[in-house]
Design a protein around this ligand. Sequence first.
Ligand code: GCU
Length: 385
Amino acid sequence: ILIKGHAQNAFQANYDESKVPPYTLPDVLKTTGNVAVKSKVMWEKIRRPEIIKLFEENVYGQMPKSYERLTYSIKNENAGAMAGKATLKEVLIEVVNNNKPVKINLVLFVPNKQKKPVPVFVLINNRGKNNTDPTRAEKSDFWPAEMVIDSGYAIAAFHVSDLAPDDTAKYVDGVLQLYPEQLTANNGMRAIGAWAWGASRVLDYFEKDAAIDAKKVVVVGHSRGGKASLWAAAGDQRFAMCVTNCSGNTGAALSRRRFGETVGRINTVFPHWFTKNYKKFNNNEDSLPVDQHMLIAAIAPRPLYATNASKDLWADPKGTFLSLKNAEKVYALFGLKSNLNSDPPAINQPIINSQLGYHIREGEHNLTTFDWSNFIKFANAHLKK
Ligand code: GCU
């Protein structure tokens, strides 16, 4: 099968369920020393850190543990935005390390009616900057800010290019300048690690903004941005909830199924996304010490919402659902119920009342108001308690 719209066809994508090879997932509740994990204490103290380390080492790269300084300035503030419904803040967050700065431009709308502090959705924007227009002259389903404000949440966004341009040649022009050792290390982070790191710096800012409830920050990402939102939430337990929209390979979908996009394909077309080490697993998924259900599990006990689109087989909807299913037993350690059935739900039938939430939307690979309306319902069910 030639992949329509994709330049590289060296890796043939399988879309035939009967051709999914047999596979065994690494047991999320067994330590690398083969000891069964039976309590949440053991999970938190031993297994979860082990899993984060395995993803750092093999997939997303080291996450820098510190920086020299973070400052911010409000570039523009308008208390009468959205016809008086919201306060707009355009915030420049500057992070310095190794004497070099990285500048994150945050667009933030806070609802005026709500009692402060308010919970917030922050989007890792991997598409055009016009999707998050602070003037609201341009509106986009990709970031339906008015709808989120009407639901009583703040909404924010930053663009991935502020952290690492999404370009094989230019991705080093950003966070990687602050941590040059990453560039030579086999487990050095690349663009997706840099975007996730950026989400945590935005959270650092939220901790200083009295209008925002920094204990209720939802990190949202679509597709490549959804790979980053997962990695951000897995690594940084301050995120209260995670949304991963159509994130596919090396996002929420199981790599071992080799359905749609594969590890070899993603590493070839996007060599600037993951570690050098990850390339060892091209056409070699069975030797990965992780699979993506373990990334979902690292988010436990926090609520996680994943989505797919019916026509987006490239992102392997079934493999995404199975990732969530295979993370359930970690949520169960915390006494948290997942109400996912054994099979994926029907199209446009969201599962909201479950610590692991999920839907398949009718249509193409995208982030739409249907998706967002369910993120809001899911947050209402899990963050307002
Ligand atoms: C490509 C890529 C995916 C990615 C997607 C996107 O299709 O292969 O891994 O998720 O782009 O970001 O939209």
